[in-house]
Write a protein that binds this ligand. Structure first.
Ligand SMILES: [Cu+2]
Length: 125
């Protein structure tokens, strides 16, 4: 009798486990499909007082979704020689970088002691 109970519990646990696994996979697939449909993106995550990468690389001539993520502190971002300007009220925009080259990404909001060094490089290929 107890064996059967243990066995049924085991089966129930397996079914639940497999269910959770499949649910997780389908959620991840949906996220990936969404990202693919959204096209190339340039995510600039800002903290005190740096961006998450020293260099970002994108392709020229493609419409890119540029977004600012304030991970720590309050920062705004501009990319020199382009019209890209983002802040906490306007966190993302679409922009096409037509001219290959190197661009300076910098924080445009006086945010504290490390503000002047809050720079990164954008390489448009
Ligand atoms: Cu700043």
């Amino acid at each position: 009798m107890q064996k059967w109970l243990m066995f049924s519990l085991f089966i129930v646990a397996c079914v639940l486990g497999v269910g959770v696994l499949f649910q997780d996979i389908s959620v991840r697939q949906a996220e990936m499909a969404h990202e693919a449909a959204a096209g190339p993106s340039l995510k600039l995550a800002a903290s005190n007082f740096k961006f998450d990468q020293a260099e970002y690389t994108i392709k020229a001539g493609e419409k890119v979704t540029v977004s600012l993520i304030n991970k720590e502190g309050l920062h705004a971002v501009e990319i020199k020689d382009t019209n890209v300007k983002l802040d906490n009220n306007n966190k993302s925009m679409e922009y096409t970088f037509d001219k290959p080259g190197e661009y300076e990404i910098y924080c445009s909001l006086p945010c504290g002691t490390g503000h002047a060094d809050m720079k990164a490089k954008l390489i448009v290929q």
